[in-house]
Design a protein around this ligand. Structure first.
Ligand SMILES: [Zn+2]
Length: 261
């Protein structure tokens, strides 16, 4: 089953430009430097999955004419990955039971339910109906999970004190927001052809939560991905500058890029 992947956003927590039209080191004249918060759309002929719903999700869904979502996968609960969660409402309402399945790890489920309790239990006001049903992935790392006709294998990532979830779909994998991978996760990723990976550490080896370029090169000695695309791109990461400094097989991502796998 061929899948299409669309990068809805590849910025880090601020996006580029940051609020107030601040571009940092990024050239405002380069369209590929305009980055919304991180999200990935995964589509087969019949099934649509979105990974993360950040603050830009409504604009991303409108820009890409997303008229159906069958499930949402969350990587972790940081604001830039979840704060558009309310905008799933229109997609939940289209389901026969008004409920969308949401897959992630246990710690993310706890945090989502704490912050957005009204989306899971309904609220005091009748306008809030429960619209999300959570499914924990912790016990399913390394196993195939199926939604409609899309299969994926979840794996654990270390993102500072947070544990995030990475996702492999056949020859394609998505590892946003991570610093380290354990041996099991590297094994799950091994041999993937295309790997989208967090690089917000960039040249900072001491970034506590995001992988640096050197750390990604070292990880890919084991993963052996042929094409590595860098995501979670910050205000310090200018597209053309990165193109000139990255080795063969490594490229910066940009919003709207699509892949088929
Ligand atoms: Zn994060």
């Amino acid at each position: 089953m061929a899948l299409t992947f669309t990068v809805l956003g590849c910025g880090n927590s601020t996006g580029v430009p940051a609020a107030g039209n601040y571009w940092g080191k990024c050239n405002p004249d380069e369209p590929k430097n305009k980055r919304t918060r991180p999200s990935l759309l995964v589509q087969s002929n019949t099934t649509t999955i979105v990974i993360d719903t950040g603050p830009d999700f409504s604009l991303q869904a409108t820009h890409h004419d997303i008229n159906q979502i069958d499930a949402v996968l969350y990587t972790h609960s940081h604001g830039d990955h979840v704060h558009g969660i309310d905008d799933l409402k229109i997609y939940a309402k289209a389901k026969p039971d008004g409920i969308l399945p949401a897959f992630t790890n246990h710690e993310t489920i706890l945090e989502l339910k704490r912050r957005f309790y009204y989306l899971f239990e309904g609220g005091n006001e009748s306008i809030y109906q429960p619209m999300l049903q959570t499914h924990a992935l912790d016990d399913r790392y390394g196993q195939t999970v199926t939604i409609g006709d899309i299969n994926f294998i979840p794996f654990e990532q270390t993102h500072g004190k947070v544990r995030s979830v990475g996702y492999r779909f056949g020859d394609f994998a998505y590892s946003t927001d991570m610093k380290h991978l354990n041996a099991q996760s590297i094994e799950i990723l091994r041999g993937v052809k295309t790997w989208i990976v967090d690089s917000a550490g960039y040249h900072q080896e001491n970034n506590p939560v995001h992988a640096s370029l050197k750390e990604i090169y070292a990880l890919n000695e084991h993963v052996q991905a042929q094409n590595v695309y860098l995501t979670s791109l910050s205000l310090a990461m200018d597209y053309e500058t990165m193109i000139s400094e990255l080795p063969e097989g490594y490229l910066p991502l940009y919003d709207g890029k699509t892949f088929t796998a």
